[in-house]
Design a protein around this ligand. Structure first.
Ligand SMILES: CC(C)(COP(=O)(O)OP(=O)(O)OC[C@H]1O[C@@H](n2cnc3c(N)ncnc32)[C@H](O)[C@@H]1OP(=O)(O)O)[C@@H](O)C(=O)NCCC(=O)NCCS
Length: 385
């Protein structure tokens, strides 16, 4: 396997955008290509992640984006694995570079949902669950994650205040992220008093519906050395599935695909938990950040909820989690999210994250979940010396 390098990234702002998914994708891709200083024609293949293109009456986005970038004959591959689509596209691009099929690939994730009202968007999103057993019986994603939260509270004594601390931290981090959906400081009291969406989850426990696009360029080490000075290596990748429906799980407060993907990523990176300076995890709801940290083995099962409350996961804490603001406050444009996490890693490892910089970070992990864990991808990155 060849060594694979993250060459550069680009992103639109996340939030309600006045552009289509295809336009957002082109903006993010152009930013990445310009930042790296390569020509569009250096891009040999384009991997696109997108979930709800059909709501804009546009499927098959790959060739359309490639054409807009002036490389209409580059092969494209459009991926859908629900909210994990971005990291799945990145992982499959990684495999192609590592195997020697291409030297330089553009990965771009994009989503547009702000043209849908909340009920319509919630219905479309629910198609990512086990529709025949869950959505058809009225279970939306807030409802499914509320069930996970209730079970975690029942089994481990987790409190609503502890979940609120996750939202407070992530909103606070997003204030320093110019591309975040929300720039609004909140308190634990604000979270507890916000309206109930699906008990025990309230407005501020939930990620928003966001538009946005993020891009990443990855390349072989040989190609990278010709174009950039500081190399960020993709050292570990893990990908796993799990039963999509919650009722098929042994422990409803656990996402087994997170555990399996993390084990693979640690194994092939030859790193351990202690090597990780910070991580971007899939906090679509506050409880999701808690179980991600637990399932990947950063603490014992049932002990994740106290980490935000005790400041462990703050930017200057022992284990910074979601310095970008996470899905909760940076936003969650589904197809873009996994690539957006990689944007944060790139800026942090180059020391370009401004006021949200994790001091001295050289090694980072991203964790991106599809639906309630039907898919999970974990990636580990390390800056070369
Ligand atoms: C939480 C949720 C129900 C709120 O939707 P809504 O009640 O229709 O809210 P609106 O869009 O009308 O927004 C009302 C206000 O709340 C704010 N808001 C909306 N969602 C928010 C969120 N998740 N967090 C914080 N503020 C939010 C809006 O910015 C708006 O603020 P303003 O009045 O200052 O402009 C919706 O965002 C949601 O379902 N999120 C989860 C999405 C999801 O399931 N993703 C997949 C995960 S697997």
């Amino acid at each position: 396997m060849r060594k694979v390098v993250l060459l550069g990234t680009g992103s639109t702002k996340y939030g309600k955008l006045n552009v289509t998914a295809r336009e957002a994708a082109v903006l993010a891709a152009k930013e990445a290509i310009e930042k790296v200083g390569i020509s569009n024609r250096d891009v040999e293949a384009v991997f696109v992640s997108n979930v709800f293109g059909m709501t804009e009456k546009q499927g098959h986005l790959g060739p359309i984006i490639a054409h807009s970038l002036g490389i209409p004959y580059a092969p494209t591959f459009t991926v859908e694995t629900a909210c994990a689509s971005g990291s799945t596209a990145f992982r499959e691009a990684f495999v192609n570079i590592a195997a020697g099929f291409y030297d330089c690939i553009l990965v771009v994730g994009t989503e547009k949902v702000s043209h849908l009202d909340t009920i319509t968007a919630t219905t479309y999103f629910s198609y990512g669950s086990d529709f025949a057993f869950e959505a058809v019986n009225g279970a939306s994603f807030p409802g499914l994650y509320a069930s996970i939260a209730r079970y975690h509270m029942h089994k481990y004594g987790t409190t609503e205040e502890q979940l609120a601390a996750v939202a407070v931290k992530n909103h606070s981090n997003a204030i320093h992220n110019p591309k975040a959906h929300f720039h609004k400081k909140i308190t634990v009291e604000d979270v507890l008093k916000s309206r109930v969406v699906a008990s025990p989850l309230k407005l501020y426990d939930c990620c928003p519906f966001s538009d946005g696009a993020s891009a990443a360029i990855i390349a072989s080490e040989e190609f990278a050395k010709k174009h950039i000075d500081t190399l960020i290596y993709v050292l570990g990748t893990g990908r796993a599935s799990a039963p999509a429906a919650l009722f098929n799980r042994e422990n409803m407060a656990s996402i087994i695909s997170s555990k399996l993907a993390a084990e693979q990523a640690f194994k092939n990176s030859r790193l351990t938990h202690k090597d990780i300076d910070f991580m971007e995890v899939h906090d679509c709801f506050t409880i999701a950040e808690v179980i991600a940290i637990e399932d990947m083995g950063f603490c014992k099962k049932g002990e994740g909820a106290k980490l935000a409350e005790e400041g462990v996961t703050e930017i200057d804490g022992k284990l910074p989690v979601n310095p970008s603001g996470g899905l909760k406050a940076k936003g969650h444009p589904v197809g873009a999210t996994g690539v957006g996490q990689i944007n944060e890693v790139y800026e942090q490892l180059l020391g370009e994250a401004g006021k949200r910089q994790v001091e001295g970070a050289t090694t980072a992990l991203t964790h991106n979940v599809g639906a309630t864990g039907g898919t999970c991808n974990v990636l580990i990155f390390r800056r070369g010396d």
